[in-house]
Write a protein that binds this ligand. Structure first.
Ligand code: URA
Length: 201
């Protein structure tokens, strides 16, 4: 089976699972996208409002930072594979206004989507998985004790059985929107990633 078909099958499986688990609430799936043969995979936390409307990962505010990120790497969106740990938007409902806003994913939402993330890593089999923020780091490294502050900007080994690549933890682009002092650190980390990719044999 070719990679795209394998990915389609894995996503169809999640779709069926979500219909079963959340029978009464429709969950809109935002699929991973990009080059299924990419050397670099980016993993974010979960889609937000814009991503859900457009059914594409990283097209909202956090996605604007991604454009600068790709410029530093000298890559286009189509050169890499971009996905999220959780494939649907985790929302909370305002008790009075009834409006929706983003919230961090719950443990059970991560667990429901975890097999699909592993399937994407197996199928795409990238050389490097760059995780954006703690949720992605914990899921890909399979280690909730890691903190982005301690391990950002350098390669970590991939857990056994998850492909031959390595993990390169980065801050989440949304966190640098709110913490301006992280912008320089983030830029240095992305430059370190560019160097790391360039040095790969
Ligand atoms: N933040 C994420 O982690 N993923 C997206 O797709 C958008 C914003």
């Amino acid at each position: 089976m070719n990679k795209q078909k394998e990915l389609d099958k894995a996503y169809a499986h999640l779709d069926a699972l979500l219909r079963d688990v959340y029978a009464s609430q429709e969950k809109i799936i935002v699929r991973g996208e990009g080059n299924p043969d990419a050397a670099l995979m980016l993993v974010g936390e979960a889609p937000g409002e814009q991503e859900t409307l457009q059914r594409k990962p990283f097209v909202g505010k956090a996605g604007q930072n991604l454009t600068g990120f790709l410029e530093v790497l000298g890559l286009d969106r189509q050169d890499i594979y971009i996905t999220n740990v959780v494939k649907f938007r985790p929302v909370k409902i305002h008790p009075v206004r009834g409006s929706l806003s983003n919230r961090p994913p719950k443990r059970e939402e991560i667990a429901l989507c975890y097999h699909l993330l592993l399937a994407e890593m197996r199928i795409v089999n990238p050389r490097v998985v760059a995780t954006l923020g703690n949720t992605a780091l914990h899921a890909v490294a399979d280690d909730n004790a890691l903190t982005i502050g301690a391990v950002h900007g350098r390669a970590l080994p991939m857990p056994a059985g998850q492909g031959g690549g390595c993990i390169f933890p980065l801050y989440h682009p949304a966190s640098i929107i709110y913490k301006r002092d992280l912008q320089q650190v983030y830029l240095q980390d992305v430059q370190a990633l560019a160097q790391f990719l360039g040095d790969l044999p």
